[in-house]
Design a protein around this ligand. Structure first.
Ligand code: GMT
Length: 376
């Protein structure tokens, strides 16, 4: 098939998943075209099956907000026609599902029919999409997609609760390409640069938005480091980073926390980690937690959203109520204080991650594409 993929090309989970999917489909012999504002950060190779088309959003002083949807849908029309694409798969409803709908209408006028698959990722529904300023358009674009998927059962239920949905929503879980993580143990893991041999390493990766409850991470780590010699690595950039740094300083633990910023070298960092922290206020899936599990890192998370579908209580880690830092710290210490127990949790995390292997998930998307093709 010739598949067009639209996503935010950033470090966010939806962009990462879309990129991994595109690369997997290309490996499987499909022709995949990324139509995005920049080359997606995880798109580290282009091959005969893999293309990137830049959406250029012209800056014009009259516009307070640049019309991204218009630039995107114009580019989509151009690429669909030029490369004779069979299907468009858009990730993150806002505004991608809306732009795809407009693309479809414009193409119809030119005698071209193309089905649209929309994958809902989380904040496009829970935090942003259901806001009254967007809700009508988001609901319309979900109902007018040929196939809609959600990355967890919980996100599906949230979507049905928050919108008036006439379409069926298929749950297709996020996945891991173990080919991309298998060499993490051999990567030049310079753990000794980060921590002493007797120290445990805790890790958090996110976009540092309020929904990630960054302050909770510092609070949990503060309690853990009182009991167990440890370091905390914080990866990512975002609005809560400065206040987290200030809070760490106030607590007198700033020397034990390393803020690394954004990095494409996640594999190298994951090789250090003993425990992943994800105490989010809401999380449709928690792809970062799955990526941690895939390299044998247990997870301490909140029990919100789709996290219980990924993190298994007492097996791959522990889940606590949102904001219950006391419980999260207690569970973290329980995992970290005993070498054998830590090893068992690491192994469990790895085994559980296999449930979400790309080999299981890719065929589900291929099946969805076949269904979508029959709907035009
Ligand atoms: O977590 C974020 O804020 C980024 C966001 C995104 O759209 O990139 O992540 C969402 O999609 C990921 C991939 O499907 C999920 O793993 C995340 O759980 C989800 N984030 C939230 O629901 C808060």
């Amino acid at each position: 098939m010739k598949i067009g993929i639209v996503c935010y090309p950033t470090y966010g989970g939806s962009g990462v998943l879309a990129t991994e999917l595109g690369m997997g489909l290309a490996k499987d012999g499909h022709e995949v075209h990324f139509i995005t504002t920049h080359q997606p950060v995880r798109l580290d190779f282009l091959n005969a099956n893999l293309f990137f088309h830049e959406v250029f959003v012209e800056e014009y002083p009259l516009f307070h907000y640049q019309p991204y949807e218009l630039a995107l849908s114009s580019k989509l029309v151009e690429v669909v026609i030029k490369y004779k694409l069979d299907i468009l798969h858009v990730h993150y409803a806002i505004p991608h599902a809306y732009a795809a709908y407009m693309t479809k209408q414009m193409l119809k006028e030119k005698g071209v029919e193309i089905p649209v698959v929309t994958t809902l990722h989380g904040t496009d529904i829970t935090l942003v999409g259901s806001h009254p300023v967007y809700k009508t358009a988001v609901e319309f674009s979900i109902n007018n997609s040929d196939v809609v998927t959600a990355v967890s059962e919980n996100l599906k239920q949230d979507t049905l609760r928050l919108f008036n949905i006439e379409n069926n929503i298929e749950v297709i879980y996020n996945f891991i390409d173990f080919e991309h993580v298998k060499d993490h143990e051999d990567s030049d893991c310079m753990r000794s640069n980060i921590a002493k041999p007797e120290e445990r390493i805790l890790l958090h990766i996110s976009n540092f938005r309020p929904v990630k409850r960054i302050q909770d991470i510092i609070t949990i780590f503060n309690k853990v480091q009182e009991k167990i010699p440890s370091k905390l690595i914080m990866i990512g950039e975002g609005p809560e980073k400065e206040s987290a740094m200030r809070y760490a300083k106030e607590l007198g633990i700033k020397d034990k926390i390393i803020f690394m910023g954004n990095t494409t070298e996640i594999k190298k960092v994951l090789c250090y980690a003993d425990l992943f922290l994800l105490p989010s206020a809401t999380e449709s899936f928690g792809l970062a937690a799955l990526e941690a599990m895939a390299v044998k890192t247990p997870v301490i998370s909140s029990n919100t959203g789709g996290l219980p579908e990924v993190n298994v209580q007492g097996v791959t880690g522990f889940l606590s109520d949102v904001g219950d830092c006391e419980d999260m710290a207690k569970n973290a210490v329980y995992i970290l204080e005993d070498d054998q127990r830590l090893e068992q949790f690491k192994q469990n995390a790895f085994e559980n991650a296999k449930r979400f292997s790309i080999d299981k998930v890719l065929p589900q998307y291929e099946r969805i594409y076949e269904i979508a093709l029959q709907r035009v």
